[in-house]
Design a protein around this ligand. Structure first.
Ligand code: NI
Length: 649
């Protein structure tokens, strides 16, 4: 029986992510299982979270048994296993064989797959037909295969559909030249190329798509320095993974699948620690493309469930877009071999000035009061092949929490003959085509507004009917409707009724006797366009509704199910809600789907300016008054009433 390495902190908080030593210890124990070969790919080794009742009941200085969740694919047998390992006791406490599932595809598999494709004579022949002979400049991109019920799709294998792009020279933006018409089908377990489809030669787009400073022509010269200077350091304190910032307190976690996770978010209101969220993460996403042709119809990447967005987190040592006093946290994830990999500076924490927080000018007294808004930003960025996703959680001084996804990088594309212009997308450069698509995300929000038991209401604003109570026909009001059970709690946005959803604690009231609540305010959103029986709708049923509410079950973690890769559909939220559990005054989980709709523009080429999508959680009768009254005035003197004064506005 293995022992706990001595250098582990004795009293790690039970939600502290696994250290490199803990990952190594868990992997060592799992490797000893007799049914496993030596050809293992560890796709998840992360904290096995203890029951939340136990975490919440923890006395200061106390801790719980440390456990690791280990998930591994055996390439030799094609079988997947999940284990729970007690790190404190050095033993496997739970072992599960999961027949028929396909775990996420790993970057190590991308590399092996690329080598296998490049060595395949059929694929080589297809390249030569297109004048491509230097295979060292070729980029192979294995796309998740999906499950389309096609008769000629290879069955019972760990399948990928691999596409090809080619660079003109080693530092070229390879995505400028899609090698259209060629798809290689590869079994990632055996690394066999099963089939190469060739739909015909399309010329490579003629232009480069480079964006390095030396390639874009003269750079603009009129940018003066803008420095963010925090002479006394940041206003937050980081202790391990616990973060305190003004009245906010929370814990930061990180998993290979979801990336950033927030735990136990609370706000100190006049000396009282008031919980809001137990756990929050973006638990799933999918990118359906709208082009029905053979090169495109299967592009439906589930970047979280099929690839593990935490595994693809950037090390911000290579470049960070944040200004000011920044603190970083490393993320420790498994390599496919099981060896721990430390992604240096994966999580960025910093503060931003965010314009005005509140203001009033009393024109009778000629007196202005204004406060500047400061927000705390916790972020990470992941690169999924061609695309970048930045995930930004914001905390504000007025109790608001916001999540913003920043989409950037290079759009997925294909080549078209010069003069062609297919209706399912946009021409973005000569001979270069980008299909229309959408990016759907799902935020899993395990709420605990002032306690574990909450109720969820939909609020719509409606006009009163004309009548004796509405003689001027101006009346309108906000009407709350309880979402009493899971079958009722599957909703879509309605901007015309100013629809929002509120999470109420019916057991706690503010000083006016109103139940305290937080509301989920949708941002820009959209629904999918694929037909109800389309494969992607079956596999990502979560995107057909913007709001889902479920009764808390620790096993329900993923909007599209635990293993979406090659899954035929029905998993995740549509399955979770089948029990139609009651929701009133219980431990509820909100699942919010938000979709970015992308009709690609020429301006999105060759690298896309950031586009954002997200949502907001706002206190609703949670505080007795504006909680940000105690933010001190700006230190610089402001001339009363002069908006053009000295820069304090
Ligand atoms: Ni897009």
């Amino acid at each position: 029986m293995a022992t706990i390495p001595r250098d582990l902190p004795r009293l790690a908080h039970p939600l502290e992510p696994l250290s490199a030593d803990e990952i190594a210890q868990a992997v060592r124990l799992v490797r000893q299982r007799p049914e496993l070969s030596q050809r293992l790919r560890f796709f998840n080794v992360s904290l096995h979270e203890p029951p939340k009742e136990r975490v919440l009941a923890l006395a200061p200085g106390e801790t719980l048994e440390r456990e690791a969740f280990v998930a591994v694919l055996d390439n030799a047998s094609g079988q997947t296993y999940e284990a729970v390992v007690s790190l404190s006791r050095g033993e496997i406490t739970s072992w599960k064989h999961l027949p028929g599932v396909q775990p996420p595809m790993l970057v190590e598999e991308f590399i092996d797959c690329g080598e296998a494709v490049k060595a395949n004579p059929e694929w080589q022949e297809a390249m030569r037909k297109r004048g491509i002979t230097d295979f060292s400049l070729v980029m192979i991109e294995p796309w998740s295969a999906g499950e389309y019920g096609l008769a000629d799709d290879p069955k019972g294998v760990r399948l990928t559909r691999a596409l090809t792009w080619v660079r003109r020279h080693p530092t070229d933006n390879g995505y400028a030249r899609p090698v259209d018409g060629v798809i290689a089908f590869v079994d990632l377990n055996t690394l066999q190329v099963l089939r190469v489809d060739d739909y015909g030669v399309v010329p490579l787009p003629p232009e480069d798509g480079n964006y390095l400073p030396e390639t874009v022509g003269p750079l603009r010269t009129d940018l003066k320095p803008l420095e963010i200077y925090q002479p006394e350091g940041p206003s937050f304190q980081l202790e391990g993974h616990e973060l305190r910032w003004q009245k906010w307190r929370l814990r930061i976690g990180f998993t290979p699948r979801e990336g950033l996770v927030l735990y136990t978010v609370s706000y100190n209101d006049q000396g009282q620690e008031r919980p809001i969220l137990y756990r929050a993460s973006i638990c799933d996403m999918v990118v359906p493309y709208g082009d029905p042709r053979p090169m495109y119809f299967f592009r439906n990447a589930f970047d979280i469930g099929e690839f593990g967005i935490g595994l693809m987190a950037n090390s911000l040592e290579l470049g960070c877009d944040c200004l000011g006093e920044i603190r970083y946290l490393d993320a420790v994830v498994p390599r496919a071999s099981g060896d721990p990999l430390t992604i240096k500076n994966a999580i960025c924490i910093h503060e931003e000035d965010y314009g005005i927080l509140w203001k009033h000018y009393d024109w009778r007294l000629n007196h202005a009061e204004v406060r500047r808004s400061r927000r705390l930003v916790i972020s990470f960025i992941a690169t999924v092949g061609n695309y970048e996703y930045g995930f930004y959680w914001y905390f504000y001084q007025d109790g608001t929490i916001q999540l913003e996804v920043k989409l950037t990088g290079v759009v997925s594309n294909g080549a078209e003959p010069l003069g062609a212009s297919p209706p399912w997308g946009s021409m973005i450069a000569p001979g270069l085509y980008a299909p229309i698509h959408q990016h759907f995300f799902n935020a899993r929000l395990d709420m605990m507004v002032d306690g574990l038991n909450n109720s969820v209401y939909e609020v719509n604003t409606v006009a009163d009917p004309p009548g004796p109570d509405n003689p001027h026909r101006n009346a309108f009001r906000a009407v709350s409707t309880l979402l009493a059970r899971e079958s009722e709690a599957q909703r879509v946005i309605n901007p015309f009724s100013a629809r929002y959803w509120k999470v109420v604690n019916p057991n706690k009231t503010n000083r006016l006797g109103q139940p305290v609540a937080y509301k989920l305010v949708p941002g820009e959103n959209v629904l999918p366009f694929a037909a109800p029986d389309a494969s992607v709708i079956q596999r990502a049923g979560f995107m057909t509704k913007h709001l889902w509410v479920t009764r808390y079950d620790p096993a329900e973690k993923s909007a599209a199910g635990d293993y979406p890769n090659q899954h035929p559909g029905g998993a995740g939220l549509p399955k979770y809600v089948q029990a139609d559990r009651e929701l009133e005054n219980t431990d509820v989980v909100l699942w919010y789907t938000f979709g970015a709709h992308h009709v690609v523009r020429t301006e999105d080429w060759p690298v896309m300016p950031v586009s954002t999508i997200g949502f907001t959680l706002k206190p609703l009768n949670f505080f007795d008054r504006n909680p940000a009254l105690d933010v001190p005035p700006p230190r610089r003197h402001c001339t009363p009433g002069r908006a053009d004064g000295d820069g304090c506005h």
